[in-house]
Design a protein around this ligand. Sequence first.
Ligand SMILES: [Zn+2]
Length: 93
Amino acid sequence: MTKINKYKISRVTSLSIVLNNNKIYNLISKVIGIELDYDSPIFREIEEYIVEKFEEMDDNRPTPACGFCGNDIDNDSIYCSYECSKADNTERV
Ligand SMILES: [Zn+2]
């Protein structure tokens, strides 16, 4: 649990640096027409929320499956085997 929290804090901190370096809050403030209180602790909450939502999205990513037979596969491939690749491409023709 402690490890996960540390990891999360570092992600939030990294996000915070990126948002501030690019003056993202200034842009958001202009676009939505609200004057921001830059000392507000709410920015930390916003950044934590963004990181949480991204992590949620990552957790919900479906496990990759073969495009032909549906077997589990490695992230960077489309088919589990040469046979499946061949079979799928033959069926489509
Ligand atoms: Zn397959």
